[in-house]
Write a protein that binds this ligand. Structure first.
Ligand code: PHB
Length: 391
């Protein structure tokens, strides 16, 4: 009698255990996504989440018998301290298998030491300052680096007789990287940067700088500003102050003509030349499938941009690692697999360089043109197999 009761209690206990979150977690792969979902950079998180949803809608939410669980955390950033605290919570409390997201460089830099200490793979879906991958052995980048994008812009400029350039960049990691790589390449080709302007990351006031650029009479102005509203402000000033009429061209990294804000910028951007790794107008079956899935899973999401694509590819990498490790994620083993990833991305073929864990990809030269009634970045030239220069 006593024995029977004991067995009954034991069975009950086992059942209860199986139903607790801890046991349930064994059947789950957790991905903690850290990005800004509110504040001036709210679009970054939304684009990344949109790309993740698009991927999961296409490829399902179960890999190697495990459910993929996405845990989204809002930094409200740029807020490196918040990003760091959220990463700590994700590691300690939620026991995530992967850290992912990271729109802004300062937030990625703040989290890298946590990834290192916890041995958690950190999948970068945007943050693009070159140095980020050197800050932890557990970082792998699926987006781009500013030097990788900016050096080809200078090469193209020199080839097209643009020799005298004023640069204008956001005054933080990616901006300094863009300014340096562009200048180095331009000077190599016989060009000169006559003035290097840096503007604050938050709420820059472009008007006085635009006048300065006009007075300097360069062949072109080279721009890096973080994707979003700032592009609208810059292009508006450029048109209003008559720089185009003065013969000053705009050349930029594709952040300026980001697909998500491009429709709102409209005709002011026609003719702008940029270099970048992704355009929504890229013609391939993979991009067509991505656009379709993004539209279906993000009915109010507008046009997906490069951050959505990097998130989509980052998910493909997480799925590949999970498959290869048969659902048992170990940080070091995961990194060995991440170093060998090659994907047929919506942007074209991409690979991770095993020596640096940074992305190798084609950089396209594009021009803003009307396609039907809408403006798009239309690709017309390319630089294949671009690594982050200097790595
Ligand atoms: C970055 O902070 O690394 C960053 C942000 C926005 C961009 C590119 C890079 O468009």
């Amino acid at each position: 009698m006593k024995m029977k009761k004991l067995v009954k209690i034991a069975t009950l206990a086992a059942f209860t255990l199986a139903a607790t979150p801890a046991a349930w977690a064994l059947d789950t792969i957790k991905v903690g996504v850290i990005a800004a979902f509110s504040g001036p950079f709210a679009d970054y998180g939304k684009q990344m989440e949109g790309g993740i949803k698009a991927y999961m809608a296409q490829y399902g939410d179960t890999v190697a018998g495990k459910k993929i669980q996405i845990i989204v955390k809002d930094t409200t950033g740029p807020a490196p301290e918040v990003a760091k605290r959220l990463a700590q919570e994700l590691v300690v409390r939620d026991k995530v298998d992967f850290l992912a997201g990271f729109g802004l460089t300062p937030e990625a830099l703040a989290v890298a030491p946590i990834a290192q200490q916890a041995k958690k793979p950190m999948i970068i879906m945007n943050a693009a300052t070159s140095v980020i991958t050197t800050k932890s052995d557990y970082v792998a980048r699926f987006s781009m680096t500013l030097p990788q994008i900016s050096a080809p812009m200078a090469t193209w400029a020199v080839k097209n007789k643009i020799k005298k350039v004023v640069t204008l960049v956001a005054d933080y990691g990616p901006g300094i990287d863009a300014e340096t790589a562009f200048k180095n390449e331009l000077v190599k080709g016989g060009g000169t940067v006559t003035e290097a302007i840096r503007v604050p990351l938050r709420n820059p006031e472009f008007a006085p700088f635009i006048q300065r650029i006009k007075d300097a009479k360069p062949d072109a102005v080279f721009i890096f500003v973080p994707a979003g509203e700032q592009s609208i402000a810059f292009m508006k000033g450029y048109r209003e102050r008559g720089l185009a009429e003065a013969g000053i061209k705009v050349i930029a990294t594709g952040d300026l003509t980001d697909d998500h804000v491009l429709p709102a910028m409209g005709d002011a951007t026609l003719g702008v030349i940029t270099t970048f790794h992704y355009s929504a107008a890229h013609k391939s079956p993979e991009n067509a499938a991505f656009l379709k899935s993004f539209a279906a899973t993000n009915p109010d999401g507008g046009r997906p941009n490069f951050m959505a694509v990097a998130a989509y590819d980052g998910m493909a990498a997480i799925y590949e690692v999970t498959r290869k490790l048969n659902g048992k994620i170990d940080g070091d083993k995961a990194m060995e697999i991440l170093k060998t990833i090659k994907l047929n991305s919506p942007r074209g073929l991409i690979a991770i360089d095993p020596a640096t864990r940074d992305i190798v990809q084609t950089v396209y030269v594009r021009k803003v043109e009307k396609v039907g009634n809408e403006v798009y970045n239309v690709e017309f030239d390319q630089f294949a197999n671009q690594k982050d220069p200097g790595k």
